[in-house]
Design a protein around this ligand. Structure first.
Ligand SMILES: Cc1cc2nc3c(=O)[nH]c(=O)nc-3n(C[C@H](O)[C@H](O)[C@H](O)COP(=O)(O)OP(=O)(O)OC[C@H]3O[C@@H](n4cnc5c(N)ncnc54)[C@H](O)[C@@H]3O)c2cc1C
Length: 307
């Protein structure tokens, strides 16, 4: 029986691990990968204390720091499938059919990219449709691409494609970008990037590979075609909470509802942090900070200290 099991190896999971070690908790970390969404991030320029690094560098930095903690056992490339309450804690089953038990849990399982649910969206995934510019941008050298989504991830994706693509169409359903001011200013500097606002993508077409998209132009209500060989989809994130939904309260988006003072979820002994929660701001620093809060609360819970 562990004191604590942390589910997730992104910034939230890593921060939880480092603080659990400082509290000398007998800890197991289970994560499908080390780094989480950092693995798909381009440059990270807002991690406090580091001016600029790639997502991969960030992931490696987190892994090195966690692996330096002696009191943590780590299981990577293993996915939690179910979590059940038992008399003195929780029982976890993973996709490797392993069972692990702990007195308290920290859910730091983050989120994954929302899939584009239009004809051709699933069919062309990996054949022109991508959810990771960091991974796939070089494949689109000298090609015309569309980026769907006008939040931070969409704007960053368009910037990540700059050294490769011949032309980048930034397709946005709203008539304004919801991404940060700094990113909005930055994309204006690139003539290669053209914004198409008020556009609702209806279809991705092609034969073996993507050859174009169709979108409904909200201005004149006409369906228009755009010839592109690549489509990068950045339309938001879905929380990885399926395996705990029966145990803790979630909101309609599927995010784990937590007490934002403590990180406690609705089931005693379960804490959560990062993008899997109903925290408003989905950011690396926020995820790490919230995870630290959750570990300190978990530690108090184990000591029966009321908070
Ligand atoms: C393209 C992109 C660029 C971004 N750029 C920035 C940026 O520049 N600055 C910034 O602050 N934020 C950025 N973000 C947001 C930031 O990445 C997230 O806020 C952050 O990753 C959340 O951390 P997390 O630890 O909560 O979740 P995640 O990073 O999603 O990590 C979740 C972890 O849980 C694991 N996991 C999931 N399900 C299971 C399971 N069932 N069993 C075991 N393990 C599981 C995953 O493998 C992973 O290790 C960006 C996001 C994207 C997509």
């Amino acid at each position: 029986m562990y004191d604590l099991i942390i589910i997730g190896g992104g910034p939230a999971g890593a921060a939880a691990g480092i603080y659990a070690a400082r509290k000398k908790l007998k800890t197991l970390m289970i994560a499908a990968d080390f780094g989480g969404q950092a693995l798909a991030s381009g440059n990270i320029e807002n991690w406090i204390g580091v001016e600029k690094m790639t997502g991969l560098e960030f992931a490696k930095m987190l892994e090195k720091h966690v692996r330096a903690q002696e009191s943590i056992e780590i299981k990577i490339s293993e996915k939690v499938v179910t979590v059940e309450k038992i008399s003195d804690g929780f029982d976890i089953v993973t996709d490797k059919n392993n069972n692990y038990q702990a007195k308290v849990l920290i859910i730091a399982s983050g989120g994954h990219r929302r899939r584009l649910d239009v004809p051709g969206g699933a069919q062309f995934e990996g054949k022109g449709v991508s959810y990771c510019a960091t991974c796939d941008a070089p494949v689109f050298k000298n090609k015309r691409v569309a980026v769907i989504g006008g939040g931070n991830a969409g704007l960053e994706t368009a910037i990540d494609l700059m050294p490769y693509a011949e032309k980048i169409y930034l397709i946005n359903r709203k008539n304004f970008f919801t991404g940060d001011d700094a990113l909005r200013e930055k994309i204006k500097r690139f003539s290669k990037i053209s914004a198409i606002m008020n556009a609702d993508v209806q279809k991705i077409s092609g034969e073996k590979f993507v050859s174009g998209i169709e979108y409904l132009d909200g201005g004149d209500n006409l369906v228009k075609k755009l010839e592109v060989e690549g489509v990068f989809v950045e339309i938001g994130s879905v929380p990885n909470s399926e395996f705990v939904k029966h145990l803790v309260e979630t909101n309609p988006k599927g995010e784990v509802i937590v007490n934002h003072k403590t990180g406690a979820a609705s089931c005693p002994g379960v804490f959560a942090a990062g993008d899997v929660t109903d925290a408003i701001y989905k950011q690396n620093n926020v995820s790490a900070g919230d995870a630290i809060k959750a570990v300190l609360s978990a530690h108090n819970y184990l000591l029966n200290i009321k908070i």
